[in-house]
Design a protein around this ligand. Sequence first.
Ligand code: ATP
Ligand code: MG
Length: 389
Amino acid sequence: MKEIILIKNGELALKGLNRSTFEDTLIKSLKLSLKACGECTIRKAQSTIYIEPKDDSFDFEEGLDRVSKVFGIAAFSRARVCEKNIDDILAAAPEYLADTLRRIKTFKVEAKRADKRFPLTSPEISAQVGGAILSAFPHLRVDVHNPDEIITVEIRDFAAYIRAGQLPGAGGLPVGTAGKAAILISGGIDSPVAAWTMAKRGLKLDAIHFASPPYTSPRAEQKVKTLLSKVAVYSGTIKLAIVPFTEIQEKIAAECPEEYFTLIMRRMMMRIAERIASYHKCGALITGESLGQVASQTLPAIGVTDCVTNMPVLRPLIGSDKEEIIKISRKIDTFETSCLPFEDCCTVFTPKHPKTRPTPQLCEQAEAALHIPELIEKAIAETEFTYID
Ligand code: ATP
Ligand code: MG
């Protein structure tokens, strides 16, 4: 028996002229994602994408799981490939769909005849397949208005396809069709979820992580890499920049008033991230901030970190509650890793009483003793890059 995966692409259908580029990007994502399952061909015809395993060595179940994580897909299904003659179709349908048919009470058959040379019309195909199913599963009834399951038989150019039901796709837009942005990634719960959320809207991801050894350990860095590898299942390969941040944090601790530590640190992160991101042709920065979650995420605090960059800063979780964020982090399998107790650079130099109503002017005064351009150049020169997939 030969089985394939059929994909209907989500919002793509709405995108008019862009459609073909979107489909090509989606096919590229699918090729990369399915590489690990074995050999298959992927082609498109009439707004459907066909994934055909080359032989039995293709891991079909794993393939289905991977397809369910590719953005830009509204729904997909598994289908049986059949010779284009009615006897084969009538024999294959009850056998292939047996598990589904045993579970349900009512069904309806929809036939689509794209190849008009096929000798039966669509209603004739539906009637015959319906009859074959009823005689094999006498407990079933046909219900054309509200069936438990719709059985689809398609007669296409090269073969006939039989399928039942659809599986939900990951939705969103194919990664890369919205451009590229850099996620500021910590080891926490929020930033991996923010990364996933924006990849879902079609952004390819770079990542930037600030590390402060020896205050932060190699295990904290490994944790960030593990988190990104989980996001990369959805987003594709992520280029990670690891920025050495120790010297900057020590300078801030030595030269600035304590109540400003976190704010100045965040302003330094934004300045450096903007430089790295624009050099690597990203159109925006992404953070995992959520309004009011901590002292550095009040409106005035966000204001003084935002104003040091010219690049748009996307904060997809700004209106989300922690519970909503945790729900997504469980779904994308980052939650447990995020909860591992390794120190983050933010937690090392936390002020006892953070500044409550900061303004850009007050922050500038507080950081006046720092040689900011020099610190930025040095950190960027020592930044290391790796690819995570
Ligand atoms: P998270 O769960 O993402 O760590 P958080 O609730 O702990 O977020 P903060 O520590 O205030 O919040 O950080 C806010 C945002 O700043 C993070 O979501 C992330 O985008 C960025 N950020 C924080 N620490 C780092 C770091 N060490 N490297 C890169 N970005 C960071
Ligand atoms: Mg954090």
